[in-house]
Unconditional design. Structure first.
Length: 417
């Protein structure tokens, strides 16, 4: 009797040890599965952020393009009729009643004209450089001749708003700036609607002051949100985003309890464990294969196949939103001569150098792909033809400015549409 009890105890102990080992191994296997799920969810959240970024950038550039007409009037005239400038401002304002509080012209750093005047009388003649909440943004536009979007700031005439400012030059010298004050409540409502529609939570803070909240609840920092820094000097914000219900890890608890139950009842087997291992391995391989199928294996940027898929989606989105979309195509001139003269290793260095330079001169949401051997293509959402020409010229100059150990000169032929 004693030996039977002893043998049962030994078998029970062995079973317990085996169960613990299987549990630990299976836990690591399941972790790989959920890591893959987490990667996919992070990709989805990143795509949703790009939608917000594109909307904000387009809105800003749309207002900038309007103000440019005002700047052109000032550049072409030596004297300015109040009636004419007020009419120009009225046209700008009436076109965007919902989102714009007022539009104005600032000479040097002092407000000279504003529309509508009613409710904004107190801003006329005010030197914005003397107002702490506005001085930094105003002086940055003046000193650096940089277009910028700032806010939300406390407005002189009361309330809060976001301000888009664009420098105005006359005879190649800074003269002043055009200004559009956007309704902060309108912007916040857009973000709230976006959160509800896309099932995410958003926090926006100033880049140079992370504790200074522009929008959202700082409590989402406890949910390990993704952080996105603006890729332009015009938007100095950090955006944090997380799925509304958190990252997909709740299911892990269910799997854990199920596994404990199976161990406790003796139903776990080598076959089940082997299936779990194979399944999670395949899941990981599928994610890896999907990433590889979208990118060019040598340069690491998107390939032609993935670019074609993106074009269809972006054109559909552009048609639906009536926003502009442009494309840049270029190839390197006489690239075969570089390979023949300096060797394919040098040619590979040139290709990688070109890719790195192009990345530095496009936005994070632009779609950059390798079309062929030395042929590349860039899709520019929310960009009109004039904007695409500017980007193409920057790329062309960057490539021509490359330095090479062998002294070879690299140029590119570029087209935009």
């Amino acid at each position: 009797m004693g030996r039977k009890i002893e043998r049962k105890s030994v078998r029970l102990g062995i079973a317990l040890i085996v169960g613990i080992i299987l549990f630990m191994v299976s836990e690591m296997t399941l972790k790989g599965y959920f890591d893959n799920q987490s990667v996919n969810e992070h990709i989805v959240v990143a795509e949703k952020y790009l939608t917000i970024q594109q909307s904000v950038e387009y809105m800003m550039m749309d207002n900038v393009n309007l103000i440019k007409g005002l700047g052109a009037y000032i550049q072409m005239n030596d004297t300015y009729e109040d009636d004419e400038i007020e009419e120009l401002l009225r046209i700008l304002y009436d076109d965007r009643l919902d989102e714009v509080r007022n539009v104005g012209v600032i000479e040097d750093t002092t407000v000279k004209w504003v529309y509508p005047l009613k409710g904004n009388e107190g801003i006329i003649g005010v030197d914005l450089a003397a107002i702490p909440d506005q001085a930094k943004g105003v002086l940055k536009v003046k000193n650096n001749l940089e277009t910028g979007m700032y806010g939300p700031i406390e407005l002189v005439q009361g309330g809060r708003g976001f301000v888009v400012r664009i420098p105005i030059e006359k005879n190649d010298v800074y003269w002043g700036m055009g200004s559009v004050v956007l309704n902060a409540d309108h912007a916040f409502q857009f973000l709230a609607d976006f959160e509800a529609a896309h099932h995410v939570k958003i926090l926006i803070t100033h880049m140079d002051s992370p504790t200074d909240v522009i929008y959202g609840d700082p409590a989402i920092m406890n949910d390990k949100p993704m952080r996105f820094g603006a890729d332009t000097n015009a938007l100095l914000w950090d955006t944090y985003m997380v799925p509304k219900d958190g990252w997909p890890n709740n299911q892990a608890i269910w799997y854990f309890l199920t596994f404990v139950f199976l161990v406790a009842t003796g139903l776990i087997s080598h076959r089940i464990y082997a299936w779990l291992t194979r399944y999670t391995t395949v899941m990981g391989d599928n994610v890896q294969m999907r990433m590889l199928s979208n990118t060019d294996t040598f340069t690491g940027i998107y390939n032609k196949g993935y670019f074609n898929l993106c074009v269809k989606d972006e054109i559909t989105r552009s048609d639906r939103s009536e926003n502009p979309i442009s494309m840049i195509y270029f190839d390197l001139d006489h690239f075969k001569e570089i390979n023949d003269t300096y060797g394919h290793a040098r040619g590979d260095e040139v290709l990688l150098g070109v890719v790195a330079l192009v990345k530095e001169n496009i936005r994070a949401n632009d779609i950059f792909a390798r079309w062929g051997g030395d042929e590349f293509i860039v899709l520019l959402p929310y960009t009109n033809l004039a904007g695409a020409r500017v980007v193409a010229e920057k790329i062309k100059r960057a490539i021509e400015g490359m330095t090479h150990e062998g002294g070879e000169c690299v140029t590119a032929s570029i087209g935009v549409s």
